[in-house]
Ligand binder design. Sequence first.
Ligand SMILES: NC(=O)c1ccc[n+]([C@@H]2O[C@H](COP(=O)([O-])OP(=O)(O)OC[C@H]3O[C@@H](n4cnc5c(N)ncnc54)[C@H](O)[C@@H]3O)[C@@H](O)[C@H]2O)c1
Length: 251
Amino acid sequence: MEVKNKIVLVTGAGSGIGKATAIHFAKHGAIVIVSDRKLDTANEVAEIIKVNGGQALSIEADVSKFKDVENLVSKTVKVFGQLDVIVNNAGIGPKNLLKTGDSTLEDWERVIAVNQTGVFYCMKVALQQMVKQGHGNIVNIASLAGLKASLNNISYSASKFAVVGMTKSAALEYARKNIRINAVCPGYTESALLDQLKMAREDMDAMLKSVIPMRRYGEAEEIAEAVVWLASDTTKFMTGQTITVDGGTSL
Ligand SMILES: NC(=O)c1ccc[n+]([C@@H]2O[C@H](COP(=O)([O-])OP(=O)(O)OC[C@H]3O[C@@H](n4cnc5c(N)ncnc54)[C@H](O)[C@@H]3O)[C@@H](O)[C@H]2O)c1
């Protein structure tokens, strides 16, 4: 897959899918900006990449803060001269899984701020740079929850449907600018976020596995593979698409 020497920024890259994606890009020869709101985990991932012969730079950024996002992109451009790919991966779930009428305002505000507004901020700032340089590629991490109904998860559902919508709308706007924008919709995938979901109910693990036709969770690396593919020149006629990687759950 052709991503060699591309300047690739991954948000929420300190853990789970973002971590696997950053490492996978580096394996394919990309220069990776490992960003997370937790600098220590971003540093660890950048170190793993460097120890394995790759190139990486870690930058702290909370995607729900516009100033952080501006700083993240401007630092990237200052150091590397351009931004070829941004993977908008940072995301969180609600603290409580409750029906819409019982859900908390706090969960709504936190989840929308990170998962929806954060993706908008990152796209807005990255697109300005990508238009300036005449090319770019954005991969948004949405979710199965952005394609079909979720129970007791209204903020997450709203935010992920929004990511799919923003992906399609922005892809249409920038198709003639040599900028592609696609999304990956993971199903249940091994990560800290999934661990949090599994803790919500005693029978959650068995219940989740029972709805996955392959009867197992995805590996973060399996999602990373799809992200790198979308960011590579292999898919240069694809834009505005959502790729579902879910062991058949959406079926
Ligand atoms: N794991 C799953 O089953 C699953 C399924 C569908 C979609 N997703 C999506 O995949 C993405 C990655 O999730 P994951 O499962 O790897 O979770 P994770 O909790 O392992 O990793 C999320 C990372 O994002 C970072 N982060 C959180 N808020 C941030 C913020 N405001 N600014 C910057 N970084 C922030 C965290 O510090 C963490 O490193 C999320 O968008 C999530 O919604 C996950």
